[in-house]
Design a protein around this ligand. Sequence first.
Ligand code: COA
Length: 161
Amino acid sequence: MRIAVYPGTFDPVTNGHLDIIKRAVKLFDKVILAVAQDNNKNPLFTLQERKELLEEAIKDIQNTEVSSFSGLTVDFARKCGAIAIIRGLRAVTDFEYEFQLALMNKKLDPTLETVFLMTKSDFSYISSSTIKWAASLNAKISEFVPENVEKALLRKYNKLV
Ligand code: COA
C-alpha cells in the first residue's frame, strides 16, 4: 500500500488543493489529508471546521481520508506509514519556501520523499488568504472554492442572504 500525506493548513480548502488531491490519488493507493493544527497562521476556521469542510469537499474522491496533526509533518507521516509528502507548487514564489521545507523534512526523515505537483494554471494565482479577503469584500468566489466552503465563508463574514 503506497500511502502519501498531503499536509496543509487548509484554511479553507480551495479548488487548487482539490486539483492537487485528485492528481495525487492517481499516483498513490491512499492520500491522507493532514490538517495542521498549529503553524503560526492564526486561521479563520477552527481545526474542526477546517477538517469538516475538507471532508465534505473530498467525499467523492476515492482513497482519501482526512486527519489532523500537531508537531512535525514527518512524524505524522511516519505514523501513517506514508512513503511521501505531497506539496503543490503554484509559482516561482512558492519554490524557495517549498525547497527549504522539503530539504528540512528530508534531513528530519531521509526515508520520506516530497512529491511536488504543479498546480493547474487556473488556480496558480489563488491562495486561501486571497479568497478569504475577496469573500470578506463581497467578491464572487464560487469558481475558486467548493460550494460548502463558499457557504462557510459567507457565513463567517455574515454575507449569507
Ligand atoms: N492551489 C491554490 N492554493 C494553494 C495550493 C494550490 N494547489 N497549494 C497551496 N496553496 C496555498 C494555500 O491556500 C495557502 O494559502 P495561504 O498562505 O493564503 O493560507 C498556501 O498556499 C500554503 O498553504 P498550505 O499548502 O496549506 O501549506 P502551509 O504552508 O499553510 O502549511 C505545512 C505547511 C503544514 C506543511 C507546514 O507548516 C508544516 O509542515 N508544519 C508542521 C511542522 C513541520 O513539520 N515543519 C517543517 C519542519 S521544521
